[in-house]
Design a protein around this ligand. Structure first.
Ligand SMILES: CC(C)(COP(=O)(O)OP(=O)(O)OC[C@H]1O[C@@H](n2cnc3c(N)ncnc32)[C@H](O)[C@@H]1OP(=O)(O)O)[C@@H](O)C(=O)NCCC(=O)NCCS
Length: 206
């Protein structure tokens, strides 16, 4: 399947799904901004719990910035109700890819098509930016609707435990994961930490 075909298929699916869930205009998918970080982290804590930082996927994200243009937020009436980010990774065999996740939608807004729209928008944007493949760890019964399959990760390893049934891949460019094998490692830029303001008392004393 060509990138264009894939992109238009994603668009069609997103459109038909939004129509049968909530009015398409009622939520918007936009680039995440620094002002979203607090709400995004609270949403992820609620959706995934405190063990989210123990996942092997986290070893590919910690200390890194997400891929450019691929940190998205879903907004409903101005509030952040969904989040998705993708990250640069590569296999020991030298195959570049993106790691998808975490993706989450607030409990009150699940099953309205927002998660699907976030994923399809992220995949469309990734394809448009020339990324060739996406990998994730997640429930196959959910992710297969977007084209993710276990066969693409058969010879790949995560930095930590991973259930093979939940280790999935998607080729945005056919053949992009041909021969991909070995341990996945992070290749994204280092995360830029927000400067911590010193308390006024210390600043005065300095
Ligand atoms: C997974 C998640 C992002 C999906 O978001 P959403 O907005 O509810 O998704 P959509 O509305 O597009 O799709 C809902 C459909 O997916 C199904 N679905 C949701 N999670 C599923 C799962 N883990 N396995 C199988 N199906 C699932 C729902 O049953 C629903 O099915 P229906 O359309 O037949 O009713 C959301 O449920 C969530 O935030 N879950 C908690 C966090 C999480 O598990 N994130 C993924 C791992 S990083």
């Amino acid at each position: 399947m060509t990138t264009n075909t894939l992109a238009s298929l994603h668009r069609e699916n997103a459109a038909s799904r939004a129509v049968r869930s909530i009015a398409p205009a009622s939520f918007r998918i936009v680039d995440e901004t620094p002002a979203d970080v607090g709400a995004r982290e609270a949403l992820l804590d609620a959706a995934l719990g405190p063990t989210r930082f123990e996942k092997s996927s986290e070893r590919l994200r910690e200390g890194r910035a997400p891929a450019r243009g691929l940190a998205l937020a879903a907004r409903l009436h101005g509030a952040l109700v969904g989040t998705i980010r993708l990250w640069h990774i590569a296999s020991a065999s030298g195959h570049a890819a993106l790691l998808l996740g975490p993706v989450a939608v607030s409990g009150a807004h699940q099953s309205l098509g927002i998660g699907g729209a976030l994923i399809r928008e992220a995949l469309n944007r990734a394809a448009a930016r020339g990324h060739r493949a996406v990998i994730l760890v997640g429930d196959e019964p959910y992710y297969r609707r977007f084209g993710f399959e276990q066969r693409f990760t058969r010879d790949l390893d995560m930095p930590g435990f991973v259930d093979p049934a939940r280790f999935l891949g998607l080729e945005l460019t056919p053949g992009a994961l041909d021969g991909a094998n070995g341990l996945l490692r992070p290749t994204g830029a280092a995360a830029v930490r927000a400067p911590r303001l010193r308390p006024a008392r210390l600043r005065r004393a300095a």
